[in-house]
Design a protein around this ligand. Structure first.
Ligand code: MN
Ligand code: MN
Length: 481
């Protein structure tokens, strides 16, 4: 057998290249429209409703019966989603599940964030997920998220990604004064509390025109404004533009992300450089594969979840019962529900737990073991295991399942490669794979190779995006093991 895998680009004909470019254009739009979990969910729901998906909760209300081919989705708290397309076989025989996550590393705004120092206004922050903090300074940043007011109304913010918008930034020390800073380790060169966002510098004017003549005395409010006039100016703008008071930050979820659109990269335009490709590249290709497969024996499912980057915790993370509950409701509508049937369904399911893989980087060759590394442009990646320090924390997929997938992929002519996350004992990481494996189902890690993973701008190969999409289609179309 040939252990050296083919390069995808060399195998495509004109029609495939056209399909590849169209898919990647749609992928870039997906990234631009979804820089937060909530924005991703909005984009996904709009896309899948247009293709016939109906909300589970409304079907429950109407007491609908489900049939082969029916398309159903359920959203959890605007941050996670499960999609199903009913197959021919009963659900107790299991589903083919695609899973990925839609949260990405970033900087979050604290609950009491706004302050002024030396005539600069700041938002105080706490970073989210694994980031090299020094990568997030001195670049244009955008602010996305929601502010929920006491009356329950939601103000959506999306500032910095339209050409006319202002952007924000975190400052860095000029090189001329950085002699001491440059001696620090990369982990300490930018401290977590130094990642505060600069949001303004112009003091509010309280002494203007007629107003002053009318009010003869300076009020307490005026005195306060004069003391922190830049902060007061920002609060004025927030009030006027968005109807937000300072206290409303207490119930806000604001995410600071790199400003700018997903771009083609390289003279040959062979790559995508964009924020949030971990793991929206797998989320997008999984969703697209679901939409493009018309009929299947087994029910198809796609789960796109929140909070993977901080341990899959919370009501919207993979550890939540949200997914299990959705499957139970689905079986109930099908007339198949019982506790035992639910367990059978989950145990008999197969899953591709999709996440990005570390792309081999020649500049950092010593961190990889080349025979077992993922290369950009060599197709969909399968990781039998992840983990660190002796596979700790890993879902180590079964050889029987790997063999089944080899057959499914090879029969459809999918170009794929196997990899592990770097050299033994160099580092490691985890995904959502082990959580679904707890049901006793077959799960394997798979996905797309990425360069500069978790950096503000991550790189993928367009060919890998295309090949992974093809691989997901092959998987959901495939028969059970
Ligand atoms: Mn990931
Ligand atoms: Mn990640």
């Amino acid at each position: 057998m040939e252990m050296e895998r083919k390069v995808t680009w060399e195998t495509y004909d004109a029609a495939q290249l056209k399909e590849l470019e169209a898919l990647n254009q749609e992928y870039r739009d997906f990234l631009d429209n979804g820089k937060t979990e909530r924005e991703c969910i909005d984009t996904i729901v709009n896309t899948i409703e247009a293709e016939g998906y109906r909300e589970l909760e409304s079907l429950i209300e109407s007491g609908a019966k489900l049939q082969k081919g029916d398309k159903v989705y359920s959203v959890c708290m605007n941050k996670s989603i499960a999609m199903f397309q009913i197959g021919e076989k009963p659900l107790t025989e299991g589903m083919n599940i695609l899973g990925a996550h839609i949260d990405s590393p970033r900087i979050d705004v604290k609950q009491n964030p706004l302050y002024e120092d030396s005539s600069l206004a700041y938002l105080d922050t706490h970073y989210y997920g694994g980031v090299k903090k020094y990568q997030w300074v001195a670049i244009p940043l955008a602010l996305h998220g929601v502010v929920v007011k006491k009356d329950g109304s939601i103000v959506e913010l999306n500032i910095g990604d339209n050409e006319d918008d202002p952007v924000f930034f975190v400052s860095d020390l000029l090189i001329h004064l950085a002699a001491e800073q440059m001696k620090k380790t990369a982990a300490q060169v930018i401290e977590g509390e130094a990642l505060d966002l600069i949001v303004g510098s112009r003091p509010i004017r309280i002494d203007s025109g007629e107003e002053k003549e009318e009010k003869k005395e300076e009020t307490e409010e005026d005195k306060k404004k004069a003391k922190e006039a830049v902060k007061a100016g920002i609060l004025d703008i927030l009030k006027e533009t968005y109807g937000i008071e300072e206290e409303d930050f207490l119930s806000a979820e604001l995410e600071i992300v790199p400003a700018g659109k997903a771009r083609e990269a390289g003279f040959d335009r062979s790559m995508i450089l964009a924020y949030g490709q971990d793991d929206r590249v797998c989320a997008f290709t999984s969703m697209r594969a679901m939409l493009d497969v018309k009929e299947t024996e087994r029910t198809m499912c796609c789960i796109l979840v929140d909070k993977e980057e901080i341990g899959s915790v919370g009501a919207t993370g993979m550890h939540s019962r949200f997914f299990e509950n959705a499957v139970a409701e689905l079986m109930n509508l099908n007339g198949e529900y019982s506790e035992l049937n639910l367990r059978r369904c989950l145990a008999h399911s197969c899953m591709l737990s999709s996440d990005v893989s570390a792309g081999y980087d020649p500049s950092y060759a010593s961190c990889f073991e080349k025979k077992n590394a993922a290369f950009l442009g060599k197709g969909m990646v399968f990781n039998k295991f992840t983990g660190s320090r002796g596979k700790s924390g890993s879902n180590d997929a079964n050889a029987e399942y790997m063999a089944h997938l080899r057959k499914v992929m090879d029969e459809k002519g999918i170009l794929w490669q196997t990899a592990e996350l770097g050299k033994v004992d160099v580092g490691g990481g985890g995904t959502i794979a082990y959580i679904l494996a707890e049901y006793g189902m077959n799960v394997i890690d798979s996905g797309v190779a990425v360069l500069n993973m978790h950096a503000p701008w991550e790189a993928t190969s367009k060919a890998d995006v295309y090949e992974t999409y093809r691989g997901y289609k092959a998987f959901v179309e495939g028969a059970s093991m």
